[in-house]
Every structure is written in C-alpha cells, then in structure tokens.
Design a protein around this ligand. Structure first.
Ligand code: AHR
Length: 498
C-alpha cells in the first residue's frame, strides 16, 4: 500500500475562515418548517411550537446563520400575510400547496435566537417589489419609525429584530422560479431594491441571487455592484429525478471535484470586474443531492411523491458525509472569497436532521458539521501532500481520476492546537498517511475524531439511529518520527494535535 506524506507548516497562515461557512438553510417546503422545526402540539415542542430536540441538535453544531424562507418558495411569498394575529393562508405556486402562514418572520427570528444563529432573510424578487423588500427591512430593523416598524411593535416585538443579512432574490435566472428575470432586468431590479433597502438600514449586508456565469454577473455587478456585499450561488450536484435515483458512491466522488471550479470561476469573475475584497461569495444553498423540479416539466404529474422520496433516510449515506467534508474543505481552502455557505436544508427533505413525531435521526452529514464546528481551527495553514494516489471512475463525461485524499490544515487563533481534516475518498482501500509538521515535537498527543462505517452505503434511520457516529481515539505523538495513521476507506477524520 502507498503511504502518502503530508507536510504542514503552522507558521504560514493562508487566511482566516468565516464561521458562517457552517451555515444552514430552511425553506417552506415539504416537512422542513411544519412538522420539522415547528410542530405545535407535539410533546417535544416548546410553548412557541419549536421542536426542542431540533434546537438542541442545532446548538450542538453551533449553527452560525440560517437562511429563510426560500428557495423557490420565496419568489411568490407575501411576507406581510405572515405577521400579526390574523394569518391569511395563500396558495404557494412554487410547491403547489397551501401555506398556512402560521410560521412567519417573527417566528423565524425567535427560532434563530433560540438556536443562537444569525437570521438571514432572502426576499421575494420574483412577484415582490423593491418596496416590499424595503418594507421588510423596516419591519425588522427600524425602532418604531414608519408603518411597518410600528406594526412589529404592535405585534408585540418592541425591540427591532436587527437582521443583518438580506438577500435580493433566489435563483431568479431560472425558468423554474416565479417571476424569473432576464439579465438586463435583474441588474436594474437589484440596483433599485438595494438602494431602497440600504436607505432604510445602511448597516445591513446585501446579497443578490447569482450564478457562476460571466454574462449574468457583468450586468449585475455593473448595475448594482456598489451596493452589494455578497453574491449568492447555489450548488446541487446529484440531481434527483421522480424515482429518486441516487448516484452511486463512486459517481458522488467525481462530484467532489466540481466544487472548486465553481468557486474559482465566480472568484475570477469578481476579480475581473474589480470586486475581489469587496464582494464575497455566499454558497447559500448547497447539498450533494439536488431536487428534481417536476413543476416545470408538467403541472399534471404527481407532484407530492418525489418530495416524499427526498425524505428517505436510506438516501443519505457515507457518500453524503464524504462529499460534505470535501465541500467544507473547499470553503476553507478558499476562505479569502467564500464567506458563507448554507447547507440545504437543515431539517427533513435532504437535510442533516430527520424529524419524526417521537424524536430525530441525525443523518451522516450532521456529524461532519459537528466535527468541523467543534474541532477545526479558524485559520487555514499551509499543507501539501506527496505520493497520494487516485482511483478511476467511469462517469458520463468519461473516465474521471479522483485523488483518494483531501486534506486541509488549520490552526486556532486562541490556542496552540493544530487541526487537520483528512478525507479518504477511496471506496474500498485504506490509506496510510504520515504527517510531518514544523515543531511537531511541541505536541504530546493527537485526538482523532472519525466518521467511518463498514459499508459506503450505510445510513442512519429510525430503527438504526447510531450506525454512523463519531468515534474518538487518542495517540501519542512520536518524539522524532512523523505521525503515521491508517485511514479506512470512505472515511472522514479531524486530527487535533495538542
Ligand atoms: O431545495 C429545493 C429548491 O432547490 C430550492 O427551493 C431552490 O432554491 C433550489 O433550486
């Protein structure tokens, strides 16, 4: 077996990551809100109707920010009907169901505060107007000036909600969105909306729906760049169809190689237009598994079945965990430009947590967030790998060569620890790595947090909730030799040198 050599240089700090790369997204879609985070009447819910088991699980992974209310949903969302005593239901044309409006802006803010996360509101740039958006900022952030802030006070929320992060739109380039826009319309619309929103509260940070596409961004940034702090892009790599066909583990590993080109293309576009350093990238919806859009194909087909199939625990295996670790590794490697990422979604559908009436199941992806938020450091440091091997996958586009290892090293600003995330993507071979680091002798032991499972297709579900879980082991750091460890196939590890 090949031994790979890893060199780590803690003295070369490459950048500081923003902890918002560990963010989440929740949408009024399927069982994410109702029967997900919000379940009044369930014995596990608090008096406001929020599931306490979900809140505890999210606190455990220190969720920094949550984006809401959509997704496609937001592009036809009348936010004003979702506040106050009387809630008017509406027919949601994105997902073709009735939305009761029981969970609205104030409930979202309460939920995020209970979790300890920053709220991030995505506004309706589909059927909504610039005025609706700035009214929403007024409702949330002004003390009591104007009709909308006064309405919030009247609704019992005396103090402003202080929402810092606001996005203009969601995937408005897409023909599947309600009120989709073309390139020229989008730039102008974002400019005018941004102007109004920042006039209400100049301290907010503004995002605009974007895509890794030159034409879209040239116009958007020329028109509205000076108002924007972020552009938001989305990534779903394994798009599900009606029958929920999932790609096999090996194909999913080829998708891990598609994350970086998307970041780099967006970064180069920002750079060529002079916005690097001012505008950051928010990967504000991402997940290995994508969603099939039956509503654009036919309004007559069975619409409910595919979304239920998205909720099957058996679909979320070690492939999802390994992909998630590789995604977070890319955010760390590109921490100069990626400042936020939101796993889509937090709960149910393809989420990290599955809820049922008696409790929750933590899916494989949940543990990657636990490992990264608890054990990785906040500064990315220089690392390189030699002698690492690769494996070949027959993909649609031909044979793809996938490197077995994916590694990022970090240091901690406030302690002398070094944390290294190491992924072994190989489907069925263990990999031995030997790690050398400047001043290795100052460390006494290494704690290794590992996610591994006998089969790459293993998953957690209601009957078997602990099949995949984090294992912790501890090793002594050898006095003069490099530290050597064997990594099982399809596994993820965070090594913490103390
Ligand atoms: O998660 C389902 C949908 O996928 C979201 O609403 C949309 O933003 C994305 O295309």
């Amino acid at each position: 077996m090949n031994k790979a050599y890893i060199e780590v240089n803690p003295n070369r700090v490459l950048g500081k990551r923003d902890k918002m790369i560990y963010g989440h997204f929740i949408e009024h879609f399927h069982r994410q809100i109702y029967g997900g985070i919000y379940d009044p009447g369930n014995p596990l819910s608090d008096k406001e109707g929020f599931r306490t088991d979900v809140i505890e699980a999210l606190k455990n992974i220190d969720v920094p920010t949550i984006r809401w209310p959509g997704g496609c949903f937001v592009s036809n969302y009348p936010w004003k009907d979702g506040v106050g005593q009387t809630r008017m239901p509406f027919f949601d044309k994105a997902w073709r169901v009735e939305e009761s409006n029981q969970f609205g802006t104030d409930e979202f803010i309460s939920f995020t505060r209970k979790v300890g996360a920053e709220p991030y509101i995505c506004t309706n740039a589909g059927t909504g107007s610039s005025e609706d958006m700035s009214d929403w900022v007024e409702y949330c952030n002004l003390k009591d000036q104007g009709k909308w802030a006064k309405l919030r006070v009247e609704n019992g929320y005396i103090d402003p909600h202080h929402v810092k992060y606001w996005s203009i739109g969601n995937e408005n380039y897409g023909h599947w969105e309600m009120g989709a826009k073309d390139i020229e319309e989008w730039g102008r619309f974002v400019r005018e909306s941004a102007k109004m929103m920042k006039r209400v509260d100049p301290s907010i940070e503004l995002f605009a729906a974007s895509i890794s596409d030159l034409d879209w961004n040239i116009n958007l940034l020329r028109e509205a760049g000076k108002y924007l702090d972020w552009i938001s892009i989305h990534g779903y790599w394994d798009t599900l169809n009606e029958v929920n066909d999932l790609s096999d583990y090996e194909t999913c590993m080829t998708y891990t190689l598609k994350i970086e080109p998307q970041i780099l293309k967006t970064k180069y576009i920002l750079g060529s237009l002079g916005y690097l350093g001012k505008i950051k990238i928010a990967f504000d919806e991402w997940n290995l598994r994508g969603w099939h859009h039956p509503h654009v194909d036919s309004v007559t087909e069975d619409f409910l079945t595919p979304r239920d199939k998205n909720d099957l625990n058996a679909s979320y295996t070690m492939a999802d965990a390994v992909f998630t670790a590789c995604f977070l590794n890319q955010c760390l490697k590109h921490c100069d430009v990626v400042g936020m990422a939101n796993f889509s979604p937090t709960v149910n559908t393809r989420g990290a947590i599955f809820t049922h009436s008696d409790g929750i199941v933590l899916r494989s992806t949940y543990f990657i967030f636990e490992m990264f938020t608890k054990y990785m450091g906040d500064q990315v440091i220089d690392t390189w790998t030699s002698n690492g091997d690769s494996f070949q996958v027959e993909a649609k586009e031909g044979v793809v060569e996938v490197p077995s290892l994916d590694i990022v090293a970090t240091s901690h600003e406030n302690s002398s620890k070094i944390s290294v995330s190491v992924v072994n993507r190989h489907p069925d071979q263990s990999k031995e790595i030997s790690m050398n680091m400047k001043e290795l002798d100052r460390f006494e032991n290494v704690k290794v947090y590992s996610l591994q499972s006998d089969s790459k297709d293993d998953f957690n579900d209601v009957d078997n909730p602990d099949k995949i879980k984090i294992n912790e082991t501890e090793f002594i750091v050898p006095e003069s030799d490099p530290f050597t460890i064997n990594l099982p196939p399809h596994s993820v590890h965070v090594l913490v040198f103390h």
